[in-house]
Design a protein. Structure first.
Length: 467
């Protein structure tokens, strides 16, 4: 079965289910045809039975009339007419015997004997009493035949109804069994088909979240197994690329920091006048070199940190947690920073628990709070609003700072971009805080936006509950 493709397996499932349902339909059709045939034969037998009994009754009347007339007239033509009526009646008797109706054989045999006795009595010297007795028995037998005919038809009709009910019950069970069998087949094939697809989905999610440590082994149809092998090859290639990236970052970090450290050490030696006294112009140059070397070191560390954060954003360790509790925890952890700036932080609203990476969202909230602390004036307020809108978690961060200029709004989330409205107390940041916020929120399938605000900046993050 491992050589069968997904399409072939799906076709096989449809064929088997169709065969089960078709078998039930064909069996029901056969039952219907059999019952229709039995009903048709029963109707024909009923017509033959009624016609034969009616013919026997009519010919019995002719026999009785001819017999009584013969007793009076003693005309041989009457005996001949009686014989013809008897022969026609016997033909009807043979038809009844051919129908093989129950309880008819004895009555028909009695009718034959009575008719023969009547002819024999008439062939002897006329005896009206014996003829009358024979005619009475013949009339009684005709009535008995009619009664037995009605009862036979009633019994046969009742048997047909019983058989119809039995066939209906049997057909119902067969249809139910076919439906159950089809459902079982559908569930079995569905499970067989869905499991490798679900594994493929999990494998692709793992690749998207940079989980390269688990090998990908897909069982099932041949084409899905082949896709699984290609995905495992892709996993190995991505793992190699990830290792190369980390190695390059380490080398770049070493190659940049080593000469930078030597440069800073040389500047420090110049500042300490190890090489001799410095003029005022030289002291100014040393200060410029020292400041720029510090700025360069900060930029290098920010660049490396941003790259590390961007790649690590895909590795989500999801768990269920309370969004408001996470915001309050981050606010408590940074209480020294906002209290040292004489700012106040408020958290309002609530939202249902969400399944996400609390560490990554904690970094998002922390960066928003750090950004707000840097731009909020002394005595200002920073507010976090937590809510759920439709199927998304919404967290808004509002501050009392100068806000974001219209020209900066489109680029505020770009790496290393710093807005024009920077108060003196904000200092010179790295410009990657909001960029990391965007990377981590997008990794959760959400988005971060700068919303219009009458005062200060208003950042809004939206993280879907189902992603």
């Amino acid at each position: 079965m491992s050589r069968i493709s997904f399409r072939q397996l799906l076709l096989l499932a449809f064929v088997l289910i169709a065969l089960v349902l078709s078998g039930a339909a064909i069996q029901g059709l056969r039952m219907l045809e059999n019952f229709a045939g039995q009903s048709h034969r029963a109707a024909q037998n009923a017509l033959q039975l009624t016609a034969a009994i009616q013919l026997i009754g009519e010919r019995s009347v002719d026999i009785e009339r001819s017999a009584r007339q013969y007793l009076v007239l003693e005309d041989a033509a009457l005996l001949e007419r009686l014989g013809r009526a008897k022969r026609e009646a016997l033909e009807a008797v043979k038809q009844l015997e051919g129908l093989e109706m129950p309880n008819f054989a004895t009555t028909l045999a009695s009718w034959r004997r009575t008719a023969d006795d009547l002819v024999a009595v008439l062939g002897e010297p006329a005896d009206a009493e014996r003829v009358g007795n024979a005619l009475s028995r013949l009339s009684a037998l005709n009535e008995l035949l009619a009664l037995q005919g009605r009862r036979a038809m009633e019994v046969h009709n009742r048997d047909l109804l019983v058989e119809l009910e039995n066939n209906r019950v049997l057909l119902g069970w067969q249809v139910a069994a076919a439906i159950v069998g089809s459902l079982i087949l559908a569930l079995l094939f569905g499970r067989w088909l869905v499991r490798p697809v679900a594994r493929l989905e999990r494998a692709i999610e793992g690749l998207g979240e940079s989980r390269f440590d688990r090998s990908i082994d897909i069982l099932g149809p041949a084409d899905l197994r082949r896709i699984g092998r290609r995905l495992d090859w892709l996993r190995q290639r991505l793992a190699d690329l990830e290792a190369d990236r980390l190695r390059v970052l380490r080398h770049v970090s070493h190659e940049l920091k080593t000469p930078l450290a030597a440069l800073r050490e040389g500047v420090a030696l110049l500042e300490d006048r190890v090489a001799g006294p410095l003029s005022e112009a030289q002291v100014e140059i040393v200060k410029i070199l020292q400041q720029n070397s510090l700025t360069l070191q900060a930029r290098i560390e920010a660049l490396l940190g941003y790259n590390a954060a961007a790649f690590d954003a895909r590795r989500l360790r999801r768990q269920v947690f309370s969004p408001r509790a996470l915001v309050e925890q981050v606010v408590r952890e940074q209480s020294l920073q906002w209290r040292s700036r004489d700012a106040g932080v408020q958290v309002a609203g609530s939202a249902p628990p969400i399944q996400a990476d609390p560490e990554k969202l904690g970094i998002v909230i922390g960066n928003l709070l750090s950004n707000a602390i840097g731009f909020t004036p002394a005595g200002g307020k920073i507010r976090f609003l937590v809510s759920r809108e439709d199927a998304a978690l919404v967290i808004e961060c509002l501050d009392d700072g100068p806000g974001v200029a219209a020209d900066d709004a489109e680029r505020i989330f770009d790496p290393f971009y710093q807005g024009t409205r920077r108060p003196a107390r904000a200092g010179s940041g790295s410009g990657i805080g909001l960029s990391i916020v965007r990377e981590l929120v997008v990794a959760h399938g959400g988005q971060v936006k700068l919303m219009p605000s009458e005062r200060g900046a208003r950042f809004r993050i939206e993280v879907p509950y189902e992603n």
